[in-house]
Design a protein around this ligand. Structure first.
Ligand code: HEM
Length: 446
């Protein structure tokens, strides 16, 4: 006889509103409070119950074992569809499986290696702009850098030259999606309020640019190896078909969006953590100095920089950019001893799973050594999930790790970044876990 999953421990709620106010007010505290109940909990968004998953075992249950019985959340699909169409993040079932098969080759090692030169060159240009003593907003700088990397690797367009309009349009849409994720009252997307008009105009601009790039590439094929070329050449092994222009557009938009803000946030939190732990920043510099010397680090050097990678992994543990992964049961199933009815909503919480003391010793400490070769194997299976698990895990996982690894090595080799005084830095968890506003840092060049 299975248990009713809605009877799991919960937090105090208000009639009609459920837990929506505390979920909005301080989301990370809310998740931690729920996590204090153990592996599973339940909270209410209005009258809708949401099952909270706080364990490696249940995360695997939802994301891998029962992957065929869950789908993406309604919110994601509803508010991201206008921008992303039917791309990898928002599509479902057989259509998703086909698209995933078509897009996956673009992220094979040999293609990722091509993108590394762009990452090195742009990171080098960015750090060269920062002069001794300069005060920079590291959150904005990382966002700009990853946006520039993404548009170059996607369609060989330098956002600095294609006018920053493309970047601005994408930011408008991103800000809208984040604000929708944080709002209580949802105004239908087609209502012509000023905010919606701005978003419609931004999407139209992104569409025009991307359609033009697709058209140019189809009519004048080049030998470039960017993601656009790889996607245009990708074909279904079963029936030989290629993607339509609309599919290519949807996948490009999805990669553009999924690939830059996440990595920018991960790097921003890494610089923040390093500013609080200068001896760890020094260890990165020592590692780069002793293996690469003073030249620009490249992808070939990365295998000689294991400590730098450990730092990036540890930062993703404490500040996973995708701190909540939402799902909805598309059919009834049994999760352990619980019966899950069709329609039940879930939130898998990498943020709290990564901070469980039974998975990670002294979980609040920033300790990159936990990812060295002798310790990493002792991390319980599925307890470290910044890129999720299963068939919907992050397709850009290796790209993102390479990008973060390389950017950290290049910047830490040249400078220390110190936190500017008198700032209150707090996370602003919306779709991704970003900092609230700017993080000002002072550049101290070596
Ligand atoms: C540190 C950086 C990144 C993190 C932490 C991250 C994390 C994630 C997570 C947790 C998911 C699963 C979301 C869900 O199931 O709801 C995901 C999906 C995805 N990510 Fe990433 N990501 C990162 C970088 C990237 C990059 C660089 C790209 C592409 C260039 C990318 C492309 C995607 C795509 C297309 C999906 C949807 C995959 C599917 O459903 O088949 N991500 N990412």
């Amino acid at each position: 006889m299975s248990n009713d999953i809605r009877a799991l421990p919960s937090l105090p709620q208000f009639p009609f509103l459920g837990n929506i106010l505390s979920f909005r007010q301080d989301r990370l505290k809310f998740l931690r409070d729920l996590g204090s109940h153990g592996d599973l909990g339940v909270f209410y968004l209005g009258s809708y119950p949401v099952v909270f998953i706080n364990s490696a075992e249940y995360a695997h249950g939802i994301l891998v074992q029962h992957a065929q019985s869950v789908e993406k959340s309604l919110m994601l699909r509803k508010y991201m569809r206008p921008l992303l169409g039917n791309g990898l993040l928002t599509s479902e079932n057989s259509f998703h499986r086909r698209q995933r098969k078509l897009v996956a080759p673009a992220f094979q090692h040999r293609h990722i290696a091509n993108y590394a030169n762009t990452i090195s060159a742009y990171t080098d240009e960015t750090q060269a702009r920062w002069h001794q003593g300069q005060r920079i907003d590291i959150a904005q700088e990382m966002m700009r850098l990853t946006l520039r990397v993404m548009s170059q690797t996607l369609f060989s367009t330098d956002i600095n030259t294609e006018a920053d309009a493309l970047g601005r349009a994408l930011t408008t849409v991103l800000n809208y999606s984040n604000s929708v994720a944080n709002t209580l009252i949802h105004i239908p997307y087609h209502w012509p309020i000023p905010q919606h008009k701005r978003v419609h105009a931004a999407i139209a601009q992104l569409d025009t640019t991307i359609q033009r790039l697709i058209h140019e590439r189809r009519t004048q094929p080049t030998s470039t190896n960017d993601l656009l070329s790889v996607l245009l050449q990708a074909h279904d092994d079963d029936d030989g078909s290629f993607m339509t222009d609309t599919q290519v557009r949807d996948e490009l938009m999805t990669l553009f969006l999924a690939g830059h803000e996440t990595t920018a946030n991960a790097l921003t939190w890494t610089w923040y953590l390093l500013a609080h732990h200068p001896h760890i920043a020094t260890k990165i510099k020592d590692e780069v100095d002793s293996t690469v010397g003073t030249r620009l680090p490249t992808m070939d050097d990365l295998s000689k920089l294991p400590y730098t990678l450990q730092v990036f992994k540890e930062s993703l543990r404490l500040y996973p950019p995708v701190y909540m992964i939402a799902r909805k049961a598309s059919q009834a199933f049994e999760l352990g001893s619980y019966h899950v009815p069709e329609g039940m909503a879930f939130v898998v919480s990498p943020y709290t799973i990564h901070r469980r003391a039974d998975y990670f010793d002294h979980p609040e400490d920033f300790n990159p050594d936990r990812f060295d070769t002798s310790h990493e194997a002792s991390i319980p299976k599925n307890a470290y999930i910044p890129f999720s698990l299963g068939p919907r895990n992050c397709i850009g996982n290796h790209f993102a790790m390479m990008e973060g690894h390389l950017m950290l090595a290049i910047i830490a080799q040249r400078m220390r970044l110190l936190l500017a005084p008198n700032q209150r830095i707090v996370p602003d968890p919306s779709i991704t876990l970003r900092p609230k506003g700017a993080i000002h840092m002072i550049v101290e060049r070596f």
